[in-house]
Design a protein around this ligand. Structure first.
Ligand code: E4P
Length: 296
């Protein structure tokens, strides 16, 4: 089966935080190129949940240690797309604080990518990281402007930089998330290809097919989407493939128009604001705190 799926150049990653699940999905596909994790998945990890269920919450150090153990178990199971590890970031976290945590996390495993959010301080942390040859994955991307800023801020990176447009969360709000992926791919054609698109926040197998059809370099999907794809016997998009931009109820999603943006402009000149990026940070902070002792 792996050979048939490998006809596509798109790398397939699992979105999750449970090493047992990683192994199960790797066996199902016959391979796994990489994995993305985030604070929500760490909070949902079965070992972490068991501790919480027994009435025990974690200190910051214990929580970080749990995260480290999770990624250390996942790391040898996946291929060269690596394991993405997310730093803690709220609206007050500075780039230097994100970088310090990112440097620590980067030392946990040999194939780490450090996730920073697409906000001003996250972009500054990314710039500082690529200067130190730390691989990065820019997360919570909801706009073409953010993608342009990521491109400009990480120019000169020795290794590919990942950018993660969150398709499903845009769809949830009635906008066609795949249109954002298409727009970013078109915009990046004028560039030097140092940023790779990692289509994220998938809700169904059709998102996966569309990401492949658009030439997304990587795609990350939760286990249930990869299982859905397996149940359909791993279809790949052919020349006739057409994506239907519909919500869960079958209503058409609003398209996101393409914008002409100059990738050579200074990264600080792009408008990074997006409501879903702010909401995403709030959600990750809440999930991060959900397993911590109140005093921590
Ligand atoms: C990507 O790296 C994220 O983990 C992700 O895809 C989150 O998606 P969600 O919208 O399902 O939370």
């Amino acid at each position: 089966m792996a050979n048939a799926i490998r006809k596509s150049k798109t790398k397939i990653l699992l979105d999750g935080g449970d090493p047992h699940e990683t192994l199960r999905i790797k066996n199902l596909l016959g391979f796994l190129d990489g994995q993305t994790t985030n604070p929500t998945y760490v909070a949902r990890n079965p070992d972490v949940q068991k501790k919480i269920a027994s009435g025990r919450k974690l200190s910051r150090d214990e929580q970080k240690n749990e995260y480290k153990m999770i990624v250390q178990q996942i790391s040898p199971l996946v291929g060269d797309a690596g394991v993405s590890i997310e730093v803690y970031a709220d609206f007050e976290t500075t780039a230097e604080q994100m970088l310090a945590e990112g440097e620590e996390m980067y030392s946990w495993i040999p194939n780490a990518y450090i996730k920073y959010p697409c906000i001003l301080e996250g972009l500054r942390a990314a710039r500082l990281s690529v200067e130190r040859n730390i691989r990065v994955n820019m997360t919570l991307c909801f706009s073409q402007e953010q993608a342009a800023a990521v491109y400009a801020a990480t120019r000169g990176a020795r290794e590919p930089v990942y950018i993660s447009p969150f398709v499903g969360r845009l769809d949830d709000g009635g906008e066609d998330g795949m249109a954002l992926v298409r727009n970013i791919k078109i915009m990046y054609r004028q560039g030097d290809h140092h940023v790779h698109v990692l289509t994220a926040s998938l809700r169904r197998a059709d998102h996966l097919l569309c990401a492949i059809a658009l030439g997304s370099e990587l795609v990350t999907a939760p286990a249930k989407v990869l299982e859905q794809w397996a149940a359909q016997e791993f279809p790949l998009p052919d020349a006739e493939y057409q994506y239907r931009a519909l919500d869960a109820k079958g209503h058409p999603l609003k398209t996101i128009p393409y914008k002409e943006l100059d990738l050579n402009a200074p990264w600080e000149s792009f408008d990074l604001r997006h409501e879903l990026t702010s909401k995403g940070i709030e959600r990750f902070v809440a999930d991060y705190r959900s397993t911590l002792t109140p005093a921590a």
